[in-house]
Structures are given as C-alpha cells and as structure tokens.
Ligand binder design. Structure first.
Ligand code: GTP
Length: 657
C-alpha cells in the first residue's frame, strides 16, 4: 500500500461518549470484526476494562477500507485506528496516541454535548507541535434525549467550527453515520509524511533503511512486545535491528546491541503474524528484548547494519504544553505499595516493572527495605514497599486491580499524597542556619513538632461543567474545597462552566464523586495546569497512632482549620474497619504534638471456658481462674506486639475522609 493510502487516526472524547462502541463499528464494517472475531476483540481488552466498563489503555487496530481517494492499485485505504481512554487519569495515553497520528476524531455525546474532558482532549490535540486534523462527530443520536442540532450549534461556537453541518451525526447502536465518518477520515486525514531520506522504490525492499517508531510496549508470556509504526523501510522476521537512543543514528559505535527480529505481525486488534511489516503499517514486533527500559514511546528501531550511517531519525510529535507531552508524564500523587504476602516484595517489584512497561503514567521508585524505622516503607505494619507516582485516584485503583488480575499479586496502597514544597526555617528544633526548601512526598520528611516552616501546595486549574440548576451547589463545593479565582460562563442556556484554581490535594480526594453527587451525575471535571502551579497554605500533618505507635502510612496532611474534623472522621472510620483483637485498640490522631481525636475498639473476649460447646474444667473454679489468667497474659503479650493487621479498607478511611 502506498504511503498516500495510509491514515493514522485516534478517537478522543470525554468519558463514556462512545469511543469504544464506535471503533467497534468501524471494525465491523471493514470486516475485521465479524461475529467470531468480536470475541477476540473482547479478549484483547484488560480484565479491569471489562469489569469497570472503562478504557484505561489505548488500543490500536488496522483496517482496510475501499475508498475512491486511494491511489494504489487495490483501491483501499489502510486505516490505523487508536481508541483512547476518556478518563483524565489516563490522559497520558491520549497524549501518547496523539503523538503518532495525523487525525483525531473528537466525539461528543449528542445528549450531553461538551463536557469537561472534551476541552482537555481537544486542547491537547491542538497543542501538538504538528496538530492532527480534528474531525468532529456526535454519538448516540438514537437516544430519545439526544439533541444533535443544538449540540452541533454549541460545539461549533465553542470549538470554532465554521459549519455545524460538517459535524457527523452517528449512532453505534443503530449503525448510523459509520460510512460518512469513514469517508471523511479517508478524505480529511493527511497520510503520514515521507521521511526526507526515503528512497522508496516499489517492490524493492532492499533499498530501504528501516525506521520503525515504537508507540507502545507490553509484556506477555513470551516477553516484551512493541507496537511499532513503520516510518520507512520494511521489518521482517530474522532481520538484525538496533535501538536508536537520542535523535541521531550517527553514534559510530560497533558496540551497539543487535537484536534478531523473532516475530512480526499486524493488530486487528487481535495479533495476526505476518512475518513482515512495510512502510505505513502498524503492527507488533518481538525481538528478544530483556530490558524493557530500553524502549519508550518514540524510540526508533533501525537495521543494525545502519548504525553509524547518517540516517534521518524522526522525532516524536510532542505537545507544546511540555508537561503534557507524551514522554513527560508528571505524577500528581505518590503512594507506597506493599505486598500482602509476607515474602512478596520481589514478586511485587517484578510485576510492577512489567506493568510499568504498559502503563506510562506510573512513576516507579524503590523505597528502603522497610526494616521498621522508615514508617513510609510500612515498617512493622506493612513491610517493604515501592514508592509509586500516579495520575489520580482511579489510576491507583486500576493499578491495584491490574496487579491482582494480571499478576496474581494482592497489595495494599497507602493513601496517596501530593508533593508539598516545604521551606524549613532555621530554629532550635532543626539546627539549620539558613532556610532550606525541600519537596516532601513522604510525610516522614514533614517538619517535626516545634519546627518553623512554610508550605506551598500544588495547585490545579479545574473546569467543571454542570446543568445550571446545580450552579449554587457547585460553587459551594469549590469554595469548601478551597478553590480560588472562581469564574462562571454559560455554555448554552442549560450548561454552565466553572473555572477555578484548586489545591490538588482536595481535587484528588473524593472531589469528583462529590461533584457527581451534587449534580445528579451530570457534573463533569477537567483539570489543567494551574498558573502559578504552587500556592502557600496553612497545612498540618495529622499522625495516626494505634496503641501509642505512629502508623506512618496512615498519616495525612490537611488544611489546618480542618485538622480536628478530618481527624475525627478518620478515627471513626478506622474504628469501623479495623478488626477487633483480643486486646483493646486505642486509635488516636495527633497534630502539633496534641491528641485531637481518639476512638477505642474494645477487645473481644475469647470464651476460653467453652471449647467446642463443652465446659472446660467442669465446675472446678480454680481451673477456670487459671484459664482466665492465661488469657490475660496472652492478651498483654499481643497488646505489646500491637499486631494490628492493616487492610486496604484502613487506608481508604484516610482517602475518603
Ligand atoms: P471510555 O473509554 O471509558 O471513556 O468510554 P467510551 O467513550 O469508549 O464509551 P463506550 O463506547 O464504552 O460507551 C459508553 C456507554 O454508552 C456504554 O454504556 C454504551 O453502551 C453506550 N453507547 C455507546 N454508543 C452508543 C449509541 O450509539 N447509542 C446508545 N444509546 N448508547 C451508546
């Protein structure tokens, strides 16, 4: 297929606006996904996606579609289509997908219209160094409540579309608009450009210098797989290839590692081995790679014999909003992850390394060995763990579930924290002579009692959309969660947009759930970089103690005026979720050296006098006394060792305060 007949595009949209359903219809109409294959497509999704009905990973599929615009002899267009996730926690997948396509189909639910994430993905597409052609389509027009005309008018006003009639109405359910959409993709999305040194001659693969761009990678039972897009040349099984690091292939080093290509195929979306991939095609490659950190989005594969030659190395199409670019994903939350199994740390590390290959939103670093003194590493309560950066709370949940589903590892994740910028002032308590500024992600490093300090917390710009009748409640929520610079704008006569600067720490807790609750499910939230990104705040660390011992992973930071009420809520929730023991558990919350809340879980008394329903020791009173005495001693011992098992529910008490 000539390069002019290739179209690379992705679907982008707000959560649930119908990307996956519409891309399935495209597969169906192009014959990729007949009844039988539909099952395969389903198997290709992650268990967590099927269970939750959300997309967390961008997934690609290639299709052939006969179209008059094709210049090749077969008269078909090769469509490389990528379905992206809608939830903001997985927006690194959207950025990654946008970095290798020339077209983006922005979908809007014909009943809901513009939602918060619609802006985010639209702006992301427009912010690419080479912005893709954006095609707009309405979805779900079969719904009774759909209002396609009004939605098209509003969308054209807000997203500067000249002709509202150019927006394609579709319904995946009723199979409406699928052919017009495919037709528009074929006509409007430009083909990938030819590399400047591409001397392609039809049917002469030997003349070619391979440039294959890695767009994704994942592990399966056979090792590391890379999804690649062939920018020039051909890759075939048996070829010897090398990985290009940096932007030039001219690193004249004969020591550059050579790999033998083991398997090559296309993705439909199930994998089909073809043995070869040519220029313009997208597909998977396996080449015996052991160290997954050697490849990333944008990495280029070339022939090993070309190492040192002056080849043109294409660079990744980046977002000019630097922090949102595909290769620089910034974590907004940090938490430590601990295996439930006693000797499970090495298995956890292994699984997280593999998961990290497929989840570019994760930022992985090891913690100390958890010997006991470092409370963040879990200490005596949790054992060793890994410190991980996440994109949001849903990302944390999906990560935990993927560990279980895909690697059989049960783990607990401590309450995530945002990175605080703390300036420690010189004082007797810290022996400093000059102020020192540190980024505190681990509350172990928070200033101790009596130390003087200033804190700046990370901020985020939020854009909320809500039906106008909930405007009062939305504004109240934003203010309660310490939002500032609040502005409102009507989008149309029913929907308002609210913009504000808010502390990340407030947004990542249960802000989204609260918004959904107060707006009857209609509110939506998008987040953008704040200006300025940090803001000074009055914050306190609240320590949680169980029977007098601080449990580091349960500590949290909150707005100082809320410390007591938050502490009370957490203590109460912990009381409900911690299992009763043979000893009393005293739960205390402490801030600034003072106990500000406490609860008590009574011990349960094991009936030592009644074993399997029979009275032990008959009526002998001294025997009974002895047994009770023994029980008392046992209780004292276990109380000293304070062995309280912390489940995920205990950590969730802190998150959901
Ligand atoms: P995320 O990737 O998780 O953001 O979701 P998505 O945008 O891929 O949406 P998906 O295709 O999963 O559809 C979301 C919901 O809308 C599902 O319950 C679908 O059944 C429903 N849906 C999708 N397309 C249509 C349609 O054409 N008509 C109707 N009535 N419902 C639809």
């Amino acid at each position: 297929i000539p390069l002019q007949d290739v179209r690379n595009f992705c679907f982008i949209a707000h959560v649930d606006h119908g990307k996956s359903s519409l891309s399935s219809r495209l597969l169906e109409i192009t014959g990729n996904n007949g009844r039988e294959n539909q099952k395969i497509a389903l198997e290709n999704t992650l268990a967590v996606e099927r269970e939750r009905g959300i997309t967390v990973k961008a997934s690609a599929a290639s299709m052939l579609y006969p179209h008059p615009s094709a210049v090749g002899p077969d008269g078909v267009i090769l469509l490389n289509c990528v379905d992206t996730p809608g939830h903001s926690d997985f927006s690194s997948e959207v950025a990654r997908s946008l970095s290798f396509v020339q077209g983006a189909v922005l979908l809007l639910d014909a009943a809901q219209g513009i939602q918060a994430q619609t802006w985010t993905v639209y702006e992301k597409a427009k912010s690419m160094t080479n912005p893709p052609e954006v095609i707009l389509a309405l979805t779900k027009i079969d719904l009774d409540v759909a209002d396609p005309i009004n939605v098209a008018l509003t969308v054209s006003e807000w997203l500067s579309v000249e002709d509202p009639e150019s927006i394609i109405p579709t319904s995946a359910r009723s199979r409406i608009g699928i052919v017009p959409l495919l037709d528009k993709i074929c006509r409007m999305v430009p083909p990938p450009s030819r590399l400047p040194d591409d001397k392609f001659i039809e049917d002469n693969d030997n003349n070619q210098h391979l440039r294959a761009q890695v767009v994704d990678s994942w592990y399966d039972e056979r090792g590391v797989n890379c999804l690649v897009q062939i920018a020039a040349g051909t890759i075939a099984e048996g070829d010897r290839i090398a990985i290009v690091t940096g932007t030039k292939s001219t690193t004249t080093s004969s020591s550059v590692q050579s790999f033998s290509v083991q398997e090559v195929g296309i993705v439909l979306p199930h994998s089909v081995r073809t043995g070869k991939l040519r220029r313009g095609q997208m597909g998977y490659v396996r080449f015996g790679l052991k160290d997954p950190s050697q490849v990333d989005t944008g990495t280029i594969l070339i022939f090993h014999k070309d190492v040192g030659k002056d080849l043109y190395i294409p660079s990744i199409n980046q977002s000019i909003i630097n922090d949102n670019s595909a290769d620089s994903t910034k974590s907004v939350l940090f938490a430590s992850v601990h295996p439930l199994a006693e000797d499970g740390f090495e298995d956890l590390c292994d699984a997280v390394d593999r998961l990290g290959l497929n989840d570019k939103g994760l930022e992985i670093s090891r913690t100390s060995d958890g010997g006991g003194n470092n409370s963040e590493s879990g200490g005596p309560f949790l054992g060793p763990g890994l410190r991980i950066g996440f994109q949001g709370l849903l990302h944390v949940e999906v990560f935990r579930q993927r560990l279980t589903d895909e690697f059989g590892i049960d783990a607990v994740v401590t309450p995530p924290k945002v990175p605080y910028h703390v300036t420690f002032q010189p004082s007797k308590a810290n022996n400093l002579t000059d102020p020192i500024k540190r980024v505190v992600e681990d509350l172990e490093d928070w200033p101790g009692f009596g130390e003087k300090f200033r804190v700046e917390e990370p901020m985020v710009e939020v854009r909320l959309m809500s039906p106008v009748q909930y405007a009062g409640a939305v504004m109240e929520l934003i203010t309660k969660k310490r939002g500032i610079d609040l502005t409102t704008k009507p989008i149309d006569e029913n929907i308002w947009m609210f913009q504000a600067q808010m502390p990340w720490a407030e947004v990542v807790l249960n802000f989204h759930d609260m918004l959904k609750t107060i707006t009857g499910g209609y509110g939506s939230l998008g987040t953008f970089e704040a200006d300025p990104p940090l803001r000074e705040a009055r914050l306190s660390k609240v320590e949680i103690l169980l029977n007098g011992d601080e449990v580091g992973p349960l500590s949290f930071v909150c707005h100082t005026p809320n410390a007591q009420s938050d502490a009370r809520i957490v203590c109460k929730k912990l009381k409900d979720v911690l299992p009763r023991q043979q000893f009393v558990i005293v739960i205390q919350a402490k801030a600034d050296g003072k106990v500000i809340a406490s609860e008590r879980i009574q011990a349960y008394r094991k009936d030592v006098l009644n074993k399997s329903g029979k009275m032990v020791g008959g009526g002998d009173i001294s025997r009974k006394k002895k047994l009770l005495e023994k029980q008392k001693k046992g209780k004292k011992r276990s109380q000293q060792s304070g062995k309280v098992t912390l489940s995920q529910a205990a950590f969730n008490s802190v998150i959901s305060r």
